[in-house]
Write a protein that binds this ligand. Structure first.
Ligand code: SDX
Length: 428
């Protein structure tokens, strides 16, 4: 007989089906709970609530495991590249050479954004945070491609919409940077690879072409792979929730970009480097910052530390920490905040407060140090996170749409005033 959970409420016994995943994760299926019992469940922040059945990414927070479509992140970071990982996440299998060449070619054919979209950039103030620009322009893609508005327009139209977004996003992102520094935009060059093209659009100047450094290209490609998907995190859940109303891909992804911007989520990578810089400016003493992080009355948190799922280590942080040393050494860069970050990690991991709460460095703790070594300004760090996460968001939206999942609409428990009659303002 299928495994069941028994729930006893007000003396009555109810049996609910248990769902077991590929890696033996267990869930109690409560889709009929309210009809059966009149009760709902309550779980602020969805810390114990599964939203869907998904075949895309597997995380094991206790073991520090991360796999995309079954492939360990360590192998993909070492042996694959970002465009191939994007194909794997979106279409479910590693591509053949012919499939990968066609996928890359299709992307190259769509890297330009409509010339009229340049007016959006000039409308933003130069001090606009690039995340606000990128989320706005991404949503605006839906106004230039009306065929994208109906997510059920068949495989071919969906693939064209997906290809356009993968192709144009680096252009949208790089132009947000150029807008922020008042430099002329650089158009995509189709002879360049995906990451090279992005770097060229970021750093080429009319006065001199950007010299593409393979050390930087490889490091950024690896970082994008490490950010490519992470199952039902805040921004991905936002993409799925927006898409569940049958909103189009571009606007659903724009919603995800907005959620990623928060300092508790993707915005943490910028917060980490600002925190490390402050520690450096104040002489590098860590005691004050560790004490602040532990002080319940102080809103300060050790940015780049802690994770909802990983309770031993974030496998991505391990890979990025190692890449930090490699990239800075090969670029001949000495960034004192790298030593501060390593010392902070060592002190925190030997402190009862962090040990007890299982707080370890996460993906954002070291990534900003590499981005800075590449010459990427800190308010573009979260945009880089979004460039990496894009294929994951697309894969999750595509899975949710293909499975025709119902519109997301959580319930609540009302704790406001009981019924009362309206009182005219003269009588209040
Ligand atoms: C990402 O979900 C994903 O997969 C996200 C992500 C992805 O790839 O999509 O991995 C990317 O968002 C990584 C996280 C980046 N954010 C930060 O680095 C910000 C700092 N970290 C936190 O604010 C926090 O750790 C979260 C938001 C990441 C997780 O928060 P939870 O799971 O809601 O845990 P919590 O806030 O309930 O904390 C549990 C305890 C609390 O103490 P007590 O109330 O039990 O005494 O740990 C403490 C917290 O105060 N705590 C921290 C801390 N993080 C948690 N204390 C100091 N510094 C921290 N960083």
């Amino acid at each position: 007989m299928a495994e069941q959970a028994e729930l006893i409420l007000e003396g009555k016994s109810y049996h609910l089906p248990v769902v077991t995943g590929t890696e033996n994760e267990k869930a109690i299926d409560i889709k009929n709970l309210r009809d059966l019992t009149g009760y709902i469940t309550l779980d602020s922040g969805y810390k114990n609530t599964g939203a869907t059945l998904s075949s895309i990414t597997f995380l094991d927070g206790e073991q520090g495991i991360l796999r995309y479509r079954g492939y360990p992140i360590e192998q993909l970071a070492e042996r694959s590249d970002f465009v191939e990982v994007a194909y794997l996440l979106i279409y479910g299998e590693l591509p053949t050479k012919q499939q990968l060449d066609q996928f890359s070619e299709n992307i190259k054919m769509h890297t330009l954004i409509h010339e009229d979209m340049r007016r959006f950039y000039s409308a933003f103030p130069t001090f606009a945070h690039p995340m606000g620009v990128v989320s706005s322009v991404t949503c605006a893609l839906s106004t230039f491609y009306p065929e994208s508005l109906n997510p059920h327009r068949g495989e071919e139209k969906i693939n064209l919409t997906i290809t356009r977004l993968l192709a144009k996003f680096p252009t949208i992102a790089a132009w947000a940077y150029k807008n922020s520094v008042g430099h002329p935009v650089v158009y995509p060059k189709n002879k360049l690879g995906y990451v090279e093209n992005f770097l060229n659009m970021m750093f080429s100047m009319p006065s001199d072409d950007y010299e593409i450094d393979p050390v930087i290209v490889n490091a950024l490609d690896k970082l994008l792979i490490l950010h490519a998907d992470h199952e039902q995190n805040c921004s991905t859940s936002t993409v799925r929730l927006a898409g569940s109303s049958q909103a189009n891909l571009y606007s659903s992804i724009a919603a995800g970009i907005t959620a990623l911007w928060g300092p508790l989520h993707g915005g943490a990578n910028q917060e980490v480097i600002e925190m490390l810089d402050r520690i450096k400016e104040e002489g590098g003493s860590l005691d004050k910052w560790i004490a602040k992080a532990k002080d319940k009355n102080d809103p300060f948190r050790l940015m780049g530390f802690g994770h909802r799922v990983y309770k031993n280590f974030d496998p991505r942080a391990k890979i990025i920490k190692k890449a930090c040393d490699d990239v800075l050494n090969r670029l001949g860069i000495k960034d004192p905040v790298l030593e501060i970050a390593k010392k902070l990690e060592e002190v925190a991991l030997n402190d009862e407060y962090f040990i007890e709460r299982k707080l370890y460095p996460n993906v954002d703790f070291y990534s900003g140090i590499i981005y800075r070594a590449m010459g990427i300004p800190k308010d573009m760090f979260t945009v880089l996170f979004a460039v990496g996460r894009l294929p994951g968001w697309i894969a999750q939206w595509k899975e949710m749409t293909a499975n025709k999942e119902p519109i997301g609409r959580p319930r609540q428990i009302y704790i406001g005033p009981k019924v009362r009659d309206y009182v005219n303002i003269a009588d209040r």
